[in-house]
Design a protein around this ligand. Sequence first.
Ligand code: SF4
Length: 442
Amino acid sequence: MGVNDYGKTRRSFYSEGKICGPVAPWHPEVVTAFDGLRSFNTGSTEAFKTALMKLLKAPGAQRKGRKNPKASGHRPPLRQLMKQRIAAPEENLFGLGKIELEELAVECGQPKFRGRQLFRNLYARRVRDLDACTEIPANFRQELAARFRVEWPDIRARVESQDGAVRYLFALDDGENIETVYMPIENRVTLCLSSQVGCAVGCRFCFTALLGVKRNLTAGEVVGQVTAVLDAQQVPKETPVNLVFMGMGEPMLNLDAVMKAVGILSDSNGLALALRRMTVSTAGVIPQIRKFAEIPARPKLAISLNASSHEQRTALMPLNRKYPLSELMQVCREFPLGPREYLTFEYVLLDGINDSDDDARRVAALVKDIKCKLNLIPFNSGSELPYKPSPLGRVLAFQDILRSHQVPAYIRISRGQDVMAACGQLRLGTMSRTATPVDASL
Ligand code: SF4
């Protein structure tokens, strides 16, 4: 544990009431002890507590027969004292990009390359204790430690499905929660990432929509989902990792932070994950798709289609009123694809709603001149939503019609259904998430 865990530990330690022990917490010896512990560098919270108790019990720490400071009227407010002396820095270094870290290094009177070293330590080495960044001079480390902390989102809960998918609930700094799903598939893994706390888009078949939107995630909170899950699952560094932005939120409505995170995740001195293994999924925010199309190095694009006509799509996805299906399909036709790139359309099949033969024929007509594939996802039912999954026979018939029109169509059975981690099932409280389908094979 280093300086960055210090604030948290101090808070829990204090709340347990142990800090008072035999010594008044405002006593100068105690304050000195805390000051000394600012640079404490050991492996665990327990070790921290033990060391602190030792200091508090040390000769000189206790003052027999001391006056009751309360009575003497000299007691400084404890909260204020603790805040001044030992508060953890507010700003998180994790999430800053390479250029920002270079600028920070220069601001601290260091050469620019120190910023690049810091970037490598934070993301390639996944260092969370600045003291472990040994290639960085001690004075720079100390200055950073005084101003910044290095923290990933906290894993609050983890539920494992029988099929190997694992659903993670994270707590963010401000107390908000998000979810991430880990899916191991043969020799690779797929992570389904959240981009917002909740979602404002309001797709009718999505549990996340029930939450509304609270806020956008920062780039650090996006990258932190990846580092935290890869570490928790002990994924070897050489394992291919697919990232799909199909968790909570509409990534196109937080595009700047998502692309900043993508930069860190794909940088060869960052997490060095392959850009071609990343997919951003959208419900169809047209201006943002256009903006995304202009980014030279970007992930692949997936469109959550889910309907075969304007009216049907408006009923399922209210966003369609603002960004109509015809315009969305035009943007898809114009989307610049690389030689080996294709668009992915996702289609959640809802029994009796959008799964008829006519629907399949209309979908085939919609995508006929687009280099794409279509993922068919049987709806993952939940008691609070008025939909049922299409029967398997209907799903197969739908697929046959698409294939007969030369549309590559695949059936995707969502993983993690037994722990509500499947597409459309995430929702905080039970542990939550988006209805946007996850193509684990990407
Ligand atoms: S499906 Fe995706 S875009 Fe639609 S409400 Fe759910 S999280 Fe938002």
